[in-house]
Design a protein around this ligand. Sequence first.
Ligand code: ADP
Ligand code: ADP
Length: 227
Amino acid sequence: MTTMNLTNVDKVYPNAKIKSVENFNLDVKDKEFIVFVGPSGCGKSTTLRMIAGLEDITAGDFSIDGVRMNDVAPKDRDIAMVFQNYALYPHMTVFDNMAFGLKLRKYKKEDIKQRVEEAAGILGLTELLDRKPADMSGGQRQRVAMGRAIVRDAKVFLMDEPLSNLDAKLRVTMRAEIAKIHRRIGATTIYVTHDQTEAMTLADRIVIMSSTKSADGTTGRIEQIGA
Ligand code: ADP
Ligand code: ADP
């Protein structure tokens, strides 16, 4: 069971005058696939990054299975994240990119090998484990980014516009693969996209975020109007 809970969450970036996220509340159910949609700048990435621990939460609480996570380091959260730009290490092979998070968490060598090979099999990367990102297509890099996330069997999966750098045809293929992987591993998921079709096909629940300005134009705000 993996549930998540965000209560009255605010984010103010250092030096920023306005809140990038204000009073955000969300309960995520076990194995649920939530999709965040909303205009650029409304705080979707910021919210994911707070969940992953890559940004501090300014106010409010975030918990997983009832345990408060606000002050837990990213590597100690059972969360895997896929980024829009993939964030692969260019000097490392596909194998090492996928193994990196496991090494960081001191998994045993044999276990790492087995997990990386299994994920590579699922994603069609078996023949590419010795390649470096520069020698791969965009679609292949995207698969490596997915692979790096799934090797860990994390409880929570976060994806920030993972398909937006792919062409339309590949997006459709990868969308179907993401749905398949979700059915297979069943991690509780939050997925950010601009693409309505992606949202409709993947989501158990769509959360629509909007940013509004107060009368004096100083306050950014998110509303959860979908559910
Ligand atoms: P979205 O993902 O919905 O496009 P973001 O979460 O990236 O929105 O951004 C929300 C707001 O926070 C925007 O106004 C953005 O300019 C601001 N913001 C994002 N990152 C930073 C940062 N590192 N420092 C200051 N402001 C930021
Ligand atoms: P995970 O947490 O999924 O195991 P990693 O351990 O591979 O991910 O990466 C840890 C952090 O390092 C991530 O938050 C990611 O943003 C960052 N990162 C990974 N690759 C790069 C890169 N090439 N450049 C900058 N940052 C990166």
